[in-house]
Design a protein around this ligand. Structure first.
Ligand code: 5RP
Length: 217
């Protein structure tokens, strides 16, 4: 079974969490894209979806699923999105696709966060995947120096501008033993918009595609 097959299986399993009616939140990335394709079969029963990126909004619209502004949608029943790394405690690294800030906002606005991924994303300790940090462009060097003092090695994701007009620093070399504390610490650096640790608001349900079926944590 390929990694893509495992992503598709997890995406399919997430359909179980789609409510009978109302608005849901939808994430960004290849696994989330598989979920959007699956969601098309249920579109008649949904009022619409809130997208965590411009790319996701476009894909939803291509399937005929109405895209709503979060400000008009209120609290969402469920948010479905992928991850770059996940622990068994359901803390995540996200933002490989650069959509971390909007993903964090939609996750915060949702009662239940269902994270979908292939089993290769499950780790004991977060940090092998470089941690994305979204930064206001003029603060790039300032934030990078601060991150070095915390023991990280920030690398500017060249040529990438987020949907919010900001830049991304990918932080290498971290062994994140306390994701909750690091998430808070990074957010306190002036110029940081948000970071890709989802620990304070982690996933409520983790669906992992494996060669022997979908594992639920
Ligand atoms: C985008 C994300 C994605 O969820 C994450 O990068 C996983 O992507 P994929 O499903 O393609 O493996 O956080 O910002």
């Amino acid at each position: 079974m390929t990694q893509d097959d495992m992503k598709k299986a997890a995406a399919h399993a997430a359909l179980e969490f789609v409510p009978r009616e109302g608005v849901i939140g939808v994430g960004t990335g290849s696994t989330a894209n598989y979920f959007i394709d699956e969601l098309a079969s249920l579109k008649g029963r949904l009022e619409g979806a809130v997208a965590s990126s411009v790319a996701t909004a476009e894909r939803l619209k291509r399937h005929g699923i109405p895209v709503l502004d979060l400000n008009d949608a209120g609290t969402l029943a469920v948010y479905v999105d992928g991850a770059d790394e996940a622990t068994a405690q359901r803390a995540l690294i996200k933002g490989g696709g650069g959509a971390l800030t909007r993903e964090k906002i939609v996750a915060a606005a949702s009662r239940t966060f269902v994270c979908i991924a292939d089993e290769g994303k499950l780790v004991d300790v977060l940090g092998r995947f470089p941690l994305p940090v979204e930064v206001i462009p003029m603060a790039r060097s300032l934030v990078a120096r601060e991150i070095v003092t915390l023991g990280g090695e920030p690398v500017w994701r060249q040529g990438v501008k987020t949907d919010n007009g900001n830049i991304i620093l990918d932080v290498h070399g971290l062994k994140i033993l306390d994701p909750w504390a690091l998430e808070e610490r990074l957010n306190q650096i002036t110029g940081v918009v948000t970071n890709g640790l989802f620990a304070r608001r982690g996933a409520d349900i983790l669906l992992l595609g494996t060669p022997s079926g979908v594992r639920r944590l």
